[in-house]
Design a protein around this ligand. Structure first.
Ligand code: URP
Ligand code: ZN
Ligand code: ZN
Ligand code: ZN
Length: 484
């Protein structure tokens, strides 16, 4: 049984051309003119693109006294409805918990996934046990990325010494560290001050996390990575200061990656000034939404290549969960949704406005991510032999985003009322049609874990500062040039 996608224009990160795509056994088997197969999907007037990869989701995550409300079933259904065919979620050990034990918990949750997925492992504490388990996580479990929270003091936050130790371990293992870059000590003080002064509403969340706390932490993480001899990936880059730090580091030859979210690109801080408490609280996330100056900087970074990825940080909480923070903004669960809307919103506000090209759209939603995470060209490519994770994109199809027609399990949508033009006609996950003209045909449990092998390790001995002799030179050899 084979499927041919006929009559469309293939758009990849570097090419645009007319051809049919033949899919068999979950893989792309042929690309060319006039192909035939047992089944045909009509792509007339559409672009055939690699399915999106969202490198940053939190599905069914225990956080701030509750669990994020989209699980691997509803979350990946939302992803597919919006053209995303793979998600990378965070396995999150509680401080003191074994990494391998935490991974088993995430393995169990993910069995319901409708599309392929992978995990990042979070480092939330540091010990010899963590040091040792990191090797098993990389070599046995196929996870080559470790996330570090520089914020959420007293919960997930790690100190600089823990981060430096973990980064050196990453360098030795050929793994890539990720950082949530906000200065958690400063945030904690600002939160306490705001509350003491009687500022308890959701807008105070934004005041407690100014761009400076993100700029400082981004700079610090980059410098620590440089000294540890490893690359670094900065998640949810939301402001000019953080972007500038990334741009500067790249200009010096360091391998640093930045990931704006679709929310930060298209929604601004005025959302927090709403008189409606629920409206503002539903948009509480870290870092908070910023002003136009920061948004312009992020768009410029995507166009010029100094920022490489657009993600969602999908971490959806219901209105009832957000109301845990009535009277104290620090108790509002942090997080917003976006899995279903990332690609249509980026197409509408990026491609349709001329800010980015179609090829850049494919790069930042899929191909760059696959390269950075070391799964290219299995994912992120339209090539013979690649997985048939594809989206047949109809640039004329339009809808107005509304919570009552979304796949996500929550009761609102931060993009409510926005009209998007550019939507999937078909979304295929390893060759199987999951979305057809808006109709959902997902198969629970179809998703498979995608193993991500380490990059060539810098050195097997790089575990103490004394052994790091030439950080920059080491770093250059540590991760192959991905071209992103
Ligand atoms: O507010 C956010 N971003 N919630 C999810 C957890 C995180 O910090 O990424
Ligand atoms: Zn500290
Ligand atoms: Zn974060
Ligand atoms: Zn996150």
């Amino acid at each position: 049984m084979s499927t041919v996608i006929k009559g469309g224009t293939i758009v990849t990160a570097d090419l645009t051309y007319k051809a049919d795509v033949k899919v068999e056994g979950g893989k792309i088997v042929e690309i060319g003119p006039n192909l035939s197969g047992t089944e045909t999907l009509d792509a007339t007037g559409c672009y055939i693109m690699p399915g999106g990869i969202d490198p940053h989701t939190h599905l069914e995550m225990p956080f701030m006294g509750t669990y994020s409300s989209d699980d691997f079933e509803s979350g990946t259904r939302a992803a597919l409805a919006g053209g995303t065919t793979m998600v990378v979620d965070f396995a999150l050990p509680s401080p003191g918990q074994s990494l391998l034990e935490a991974l088993t918990m995430w393995d169990n949750k993910s069995t319901r996934a409708n599309c392929d997925y992978s995990f990042h492992m979070a480092i939330t504490w540091w010990s010899e046990q963590v040091f040792n388990e990191m090797e098993a996580i990389v070599k046995d479990k196929g996870i080559n990325t470790f996330k570090h929270f520089m914020a959420y003091k007293g919960a997930l936050m790690v100190d600089d010494d823990e981060m430096f130790s973990s980064f050196q371990r990453c360098a030795a293992l050929g793994a890539l560290p990720l950082v949530h870059a906000e200065n958690g000590d400063v945030v904690a003080q600002l939160q306490a001050k705001l509350l003491a002064e009687g500022n308890s509403g959701p807008e105070a969340h934004a005041y407690s996390r100014p761009a400076e706390v993100e700029g400082e932490a981004t700079n610090r993480a980059i410098m620590i990575a440089d000294m540890a001899g490893c690359p670094v990936y900065v998640v949810h880059t939301s402001c000019e200061q953080a972007h500038e730090a990334i741009r500067r580091a790249r200009a010096k030859g360091m391998r640093v990656f930045g990931e704006p979210l679709i929310q930060h690109l298209t929604l601004d801080e005025t959302e927090y000034f709403s008189k409606d408490w629920d409206h503002a609280a539903r948009r509480v996330m870290s870092p908070p939404f910023r002003n136009k100056r920061h948004q312009d900087s992020l768009w410029a970074g995507l166009a010029s290549g100094s920022l490489q990825v657009v993600a969602t940080d999908h971490c959806a909480f219901t209105t009832a969960q957000k109301r845990f923070g009535v009277g104290d903004f620090t108790k509002i669960p942090n997080g917003t949704g976006g899995l279903e809307d990332r690609m249509p919103m980026l197409w509408t506000y990026g491609v349709n406005t001329g800010r980015i090209t179609m090829n850049e759209f494919v790069a930042v939603t899929s191909t760059n991510i696959a390269k950075i995470l070391n799964i290219y060209p299995k994912k992120g490519a339209i090539l013979v032999g690649a997985d048939a994770d594809l989206v047949v994109w109809d640039p004329k199809r339009s809808k107005t985003i509304a919570a009552n027609s979304q796949q996500s399990a929550i009761d609102y949508n931060v993009f409510e009322g926005k009209t998007v033009t550019g939507l999937p006609r078909f979304t295929l996950t390893r060759g199987v049609v999951a979305i057809e003209e808006g109709a959902v045909k997902t198969q629970e449990g179809h998703g498979e874990f995608v193993r991500r092998d380490p990059f060539p390790a810098v050195s097997t001995a790089l575990s103490t500062w004394k052994e790091v002799t030439a950080p920059r030179a080491v770093q250059r050899s540590g991760i192959p040039a991905t071209g992103v």
